[in-house]
Design a protein around this ligand. Structure first.
Ligand SMILES: NC(=O)c1ccc[n+]([C@@H]2O[C@H](COP(=O)([O-])OP(=O)(O)OC[C@H]3O[C@@H](n4cnc5c(N)ncnc54)[C@H](O)[C@@H]3O)[C@@H](O)[C@H]2O)c1
Length: 337
């Protein structure tokens, strides 16, 4: 079976249509109180419409106000149409998750949401949900000094968790990793390399604030440098917000290599993608793999799907081909996690 945009059309018999949205939390007043089927088209959306709004059936799921915490940077309050905390109270997230019998909680908070990401990790634990962390906050992949040991907490609660920082279907990270692996396999020394990214969506607008970017840079850089068994000069990260690009992201990758006899080899790649929806197919795979993990009562980290689908997984595989094999083995029940 082949479905456009999915790496695993069927995951242990689960198809995309078996994924059911039961609860959604946001801070945007144009979304809160509306059915998800309407809210998903609300400003500041830049993603292409898979289905025209008038053809989208209501889901019967109303967007609830989540706590703001550090999810909204000061310069993004207006842009996200953020609710006024003096007039709107956040819902009881754990209660909503329990009432709706949610099984898996997916975190897609803006970059730099240290507290807000942890709030939802705790909510998943309290409500008995598996947790998928799509953002560059290190919750599953490493233990941040002074932070709770989240992986142990999920193990103790008997729940699976997967993270951190989702890879896009074909995005800058996977492209850069493939080039680094090519240089390595062909014996070309990477002298230095950079990956500059510009985009026009709210993800890029949020990342104008350099102090929210520390973990994003670390996650993206480690995803590439981990391919190479030696140190190299490397600069990777979001580089600028260009409003008129709207939902487009443009990525420039440069590889400066040295071949036999010290002869230079230079590769420049320019890639242009629709950014906002570029991880949609990937997260649908992760959700279905996590459902299998819940059925199999796997506790703690899901290493196979994490290595394949996240930029900053607990185990960074030397090649994505290996990670893909691990996912296939997990789906077939030949790997524990
Ligand atoms: N889009 C992708 O393909 C992709 C790929 C890799 C990583 N990510 C990560 O996913 C995250 C989201 O990216 P995006 O492109 O969807 O960004 P986005 O700006 O389109 O979406 C962020 C959403 O979070 C909401 N929000 C803000 N604060 C909140 C809070 N406290 N509680 C609940 N909701 C809140 C906003 O209103 C908005 O709807 C980022 O951290 C990004 O790095 C996305």
């Amino acid at each position: 079976m082949y479905i456009n945009g999915l790496m695993n059309p069927s995951v242990g018999g689960y198809l995309p249509r078996h994924i059911k949205v039961v609860a959604v939390f946001d801070v945007n007043t144009l979304k809160i109180g509306h059915d998800v089927a309407e809210a998903m088209y609300a400003d500041p959306i830049t993603a292409p419409h898979f289905v025209p709004p008038e053809k989208m059936p209501k889901l019967g799921v109303i967007v609830q106000p989540g706590p703001i915490l550090d999810g909204v940077a000061p310069h993004m309050r207006e842009r996200f149409h953020c609710y006024d905390e003096t007039t709107v109270s956040p819902c009881n997230v754990v209660q909503v998750l329990k009432d709706t019998k949610a099984q898996i909680l997916v975190n897609y908070m803006p970059v730099g949401s240290f507290q807000a990401a942890r709030f939802y990790a705790q909510a998943a634990l309290d409500a008995g949900c598996g947790f998928i962390n799509c953002i560059p906050e290190f919750i599953v992949s490493e233990h941040v000094p002074g932070d709770k040991d989240w992986v142990k907490a999920f193990e103790d609660r008997g729940l699976p968790c997967a993270g951190d920082d989702i890879k896009s279907q074909v995005g800058a990270t996977i492209m850069h990793r493939v080039l680094a692996k090519l240089f390595l396999d062909r014996g070309v020394i990477v002298k230095d390399t950079y990956q500059l990214n510009i985009g026009g969506d709210t993800d890029f607008e949020n990342m104008k604030s350099e102090d929210r970017l520390t973990t994003k840079r670390k996650s993206k850089t480690a995803a590439v440098t981990s391919v190479l068994p030696y140190e190299t000069q490397c600069r990777i990260g979001p580089s600028d917000f260009v409003p008129f690009l709207e939902g487009k992201k443009i990525c420039y990758i440069r590889m400066n290599g040295v071949t036999f006899g010290g002869v230079p080899l230079e590769v420049d790649v320019k890639m242009r993608v629709e950014d906002s929806c570029n991880s949609a197919g990937v997260v649908m795979d992760i959700i279905r793999v996590m459902k299998l993990a819940l059925i199999r009562k796997v506790k703690g980290r899901l290493d196979s799907i994490a290595s394949f689908s996240f930029k900053h997984p607990p185990i960074q595989p030397p090649s994505d081909v290996i990670a893909k094999q691990w996912v296939a083995e997990f789906i077939e029940g030949k790997r524990e996690r």
